[in-house]
Design a protein around this ligand. Structure first.
Ligand SMILES: Nc1nc2c(c(=O)[nH]1)N[C@H]1C(S)=C(S)[C@@H](COP(=O)(O)O)O[C@H]1N2
Ligand SMILES: [Mo]
Length: 516
């Protein structure tokens, strides 16, 4: 058999094997197992600092596109590596005309791959989209990966042998006249597999978070309490977890005297509290709607920490989601009575996309600290970091005071002559866990201010909603601004020295055109 033939036969066999492996991974993803298709992205994203991360996101057109690019390039890379591995295998098989020993191919393609995956992907192996505890998930991910590479190895060897089968009477492994037919058969199998894979991919796409990740809540529809299906949503995942509560548990461990494990019923048995709390994403723009308000029911985190007796070295608490998302807060914040493990949102169990069966609520801290699909509470040292912290977000995660004008629309037009009554101006103001004590509004870009009326006071941990009536006297273009004062008496401001990765500060302004 010539070099070129060995190489190209190996290439084709490798490609078909890689297609089979990828389809297997899609199947596993469909049943909630973590596969390299997504965890490679999770593993790599902690190495991208926020600046490049944001510019990359801008270039590809948002988080959703970045995720699609991630999965797409992993699949492409996998097919490419599979084909190359096949070609090398073809060349090796040509040198050694005996049937390749399974011991060798399994050692190289299966055992080595598993070892490499275990080393490179260790931190993200404990991911499970069905809610398995982290240690169990790690095993499931690794065994499933092993099955995938085993399928690759078997398909590669079988396809290669099928293509180069020795015909009776000839001594050497060689292409026979039937090669065309065999290549056709193998190609057809490959195409059928790829077709099945595409079908699966389409189903997964429909189940993916693309349709709701980045959902905003703002404008004239804003109510005091955000309905669950309109609550803003941010997730790092391509497909979010759908936790099976029978498989799920909640661990309290790390720097504690008595590690504990809670089942969902155990959590329900702890005394519960109900609390209205607003969440805001760190990347919420001044005019944006990555902020919402809900009534959460759950247990105080300290009621779970105290029975475990944190050791004196414990300085931070790290929360783990089943999606291997993590974040940390200082121990003092964890012990505050308003820091909750919540299992209900506005009177119903947490919706899947908001963290079913349990999530963190950390009033006054940015949304990313409110870890969803919570499965582990780890007491840890002062330098421990979470998913976005490792990327380099922060250093400040305490929400500054913000306000937004929701009505009228930016760039709206009115005719003074036709105005029957004052123009209604409405909006929200949010002061983290400090509450809101005053809201002012200006129609001359902040030269003069007047008080707005708070028509909904959400309390210390939630936003307040305000309104004002504005009767413009003359035609012209007006710049409307709002400014809030928090419960501690600090007026909303633009913090010049705040890191760009600690959330924006400043004022939301809109322009209103008045004609005669
Ligand atoms: N497990 C997990 N928790 C998570 C995230 C995530 O990707 N995975 N995203 C965080 C971010 S960045 C934000 S802003 C909030 C959003 O919560 P929501 O979607 O319920 O509004 O969840 C946080 N908790
Ligand atoms: Mo966020």
């Amino acid at each position: 058999m010539s070099r070129t033939k060995a190489l190209s036969t190996g290439l084709v066999a490798g490609l078909v094997a890689a297609v089979a492996m990828t389809v297997m991974m899609l199947l596993l993803a469909y049943v909630g197992v973590a596969t390299p298709l997504v965890i490679i992205g999770d593993r790599l994203s902690v190495f991208i600092s926020p600046g490049p991360f944001l510019s990359l996101m801008g270039k590809v057109g948002g988080y959703n596109h970045l995720k699609q690019l991630g999965v797409g390039s992993t699949i492409t890379g996998q097919l490419l590596i599979g084909a190359i591995a096949g070609a090398i295998f073809g060349l090796a098989a040509r040198r050694n005309s005996r049937r390749p020993s399974a011991v060798w191919t399994i050692s190289i393609f299966v055992v080595l791959s598993i070892i490499a995956a275990a080393i490179l992907l260790w931190p993200v192996l404990g991911t499970s989209y069905t809610g398995l505890p982290i240690e169990a998930a790690r095993l499931v991910t690794l065994v499933s990966f092993g099955l995938c590479v085993f399928l690759f190895e078997r398909t590669l060897v079988t396809s290669f042998q099928f293509l180069t089968r020795t015909t009776i009477g000839t001594k050497h492994r060689e292409f026979t006249p039937a090669i065309g037919r065999r290549a056709f058969v193998l190609g057809a199998i490959g195409v059928a597999l790829a077709g099945g894979g595409l079908g699966l991919a389409r189903r997964l796409y429909r189940a993916a978070s693309f349709s709701y990740d980045g959902l905003q809540y703002k404008g004239r529809t804003v109510q005091p309490i955000t309905p669950n299906d309109q609550f803003y949503c941010v997730t790092k995942n391509v497909v979010d977890p759908r936790v099976n509560v029978q498989l799920w548990h909640l661990e309290v461990n790390g720097l504690v005297e008595k590690p504990r494990v809670y089942r969902f019923e155990d959590l329900k048995a702890v005394r519960s509290v109900e609390q209205q709390t607003t969440l805001m994403c760190i990347s919420n723009g001044l005019d944006a709607g990555l902020i919402s308000n809900a009534v959460w029911k759950g247990v105080m985190l300290r009621d779970l920490l105290e029975p475990s007796a944190p050791l004196s070295q414990a300085a931070r608490v790290r929360f783990w989601g089943v999606d291997n998302y993590t974040d940390t807060i200082p121990l003092e914040k964890a012990m505050e009575p308003t820091t909750l493990v919540a299992y209900q949102m506005n009177g119903v169990p947490l919706p899947h996309r908001h963290g079913y069966p349990a999530r963190m609520i950390v009033p006054g801290y940015f949304g990313e600290k409110h870890v969803k699909w919570l499965t582990r509470i780890e007491l840890t040292h002062a330098k421990a970091k979470g998913f976005y912290e490792a990327q380099g977000w922060g250093p400040d995660f305490i929400t500054p005071t913000r306000s937004r004008i929701d009505l009228p629309d930016h760039e709206s037009r009115f005719s003074i002559g036709e105005l029957q009554q004052p123009i209604e101006v409405k909006g929200m103001a949010y002061g983290g866990d400090r509450g809101i004590s005053r809201i002012e509004f200006s129609f001359d870009e902040g030269k003069t201010w007047r008080d707005a009326e708070v028509y909904y006071a959400g309390g210390n941990l939630a936003w307040s909603l305000w309104k004002a009536e504005w009767m413009p006297a003359a035609a012209g273009d007006y710049t409307l601004v709002a400014r809030a004062t928090d419960g501690e008496g600090d007026v909303q401001e633009w913090e010049e020295d705040r890191s760009p990765f600690s959330g924006v500060t400043g004022f939301h302004k809109i322009i209103v055109h008045l004609t005669a």
